[in-house]
Design a protein around this ligand. Sequence first.
Ligand SMILES: Cc1ncc(COP(=O)(O)O)c(C=O)c1O
Length: 451
Amino acid sequence: MKNHLPLTRRKFIRTTAASSVALGWLGSGQAPRVLAATADKPALLGGTPAHQGGWVSWPQWRAEWEPKMLEVWRSRHWFRGSGTHVAEFEKGYAKLLGAKRCLATSSGTTALIVGLHALDVDAGDEVIVSPYTFSASYNAILSLKALPVFADTDPATLTINPALIESRITERTRAIMPVHIFGMPCEMEAINAIARKHKLAVIEDACQAWLAEYQGRKCGTLGDLGTFSFQESKHLPSGEGGAITSMSEELIDKCDSYHNCGRAVGTNQGTGCFTRGVNYRMTQAQAVLLQLQFDKLVQETEVRRANADYLSANLGKIPGITPVRLPANSRPVWHLYSFRYDASRFNGLSRDQFARAMGAEGVPCGGVYREQYYEGLLDEAIASRGFKRLWSPERLKAYRDSFPELKGNKQVCETTVSFVQSMLLADRRAMDDILEAIRKIQAHSAALAKA
Ligand SMILES: Cc1ncc(COP(=O)(O)O)c(C=O)c1O
């Protein structure tokens, strides 16, 4: 059964943020709240909602940012080549991550495209990627006329299962693209070991993983290249925007030329282009807005972590709710906070019925990604003239026929429930409201399943 959820991730984030009020967070000395979960009826059956007052809205604006933003607009130096703001952002972001270099781009998608090109992914190549991701991970590979080959998702971690990568390698495989989905690091040690063994490049899709850590290093510095998104819903937003990070000067120089019309590094004017290129440059205003939010990102990351840890410790005690397993010695950043939902422990209340009941409690949640490989984009790609020229009919048929093997991913798509990141910026009392809502729904799940 394919699951169809009513909201895309971004719509889900907007819907959650709408009608919200800004909430301050309380200190850790706050007394624990006494929960009276079963005493009250679920809101969907006429009870009082567990949470009232909305949630932190996103993105946020601070009046104190206005002078710096006005200054850049009034300067009329908006293009990266006519000022220093983009280069300053790159230095600052690299420092924040402990990366040697950073290149700013126009979006996360363009960061992926530029990165794949710099790693020499070419038409007819294959890239192994996690199926549980935003479609941009697939699309960046497809845009280079390469084939995204899926290694199944581990239902315990929601990330690519490293044990299933090697069986997907063919003589055409050029790179592996692990996706740190929802800001949860992939098992990079195992992935890098496979890449080294088979001489493959690794490009991290860290588009949701700003400041996430794995074994003491930041995501985006663990593979050959890391890529980030600063789209409006992200923890570090500038409407649109992206970045590529690396420990390799040479790779970032390649990315720099390609993203800037093929010009030599540091050349911003003129027509002398020595290599192929596109224009995926960041603007000065985006760079200023991003730098203004660095400290905010660092502070909020800790608040999200503390609230996520509190939720995980308590959700794990509720039968039928399984928090995500994280790699040892890792620190996620929770772009979405997700857990697995077992309807059989809720009297058969389906995941979508559960989400509806939670919404009525004032706690919006839902599934996020569907089995997107069935939704048309891959069928369209493999039916295209170019792909038919590049692969044999047998390979394309075997590729299409392999999707039902992604059983872990199917399970994840059908049973995962997520809260958006801005909810984790609320106070501890609001986290208790979330727990109370779930306990209340579980206690009344038989009645809710029939409602
Ligand atoms: C996992 C992942 N990869 C890539 C992207 C693409 O980023 P952008 O929207 O900035 O192009 C996103 C954005 O949502 C994402 O979540």
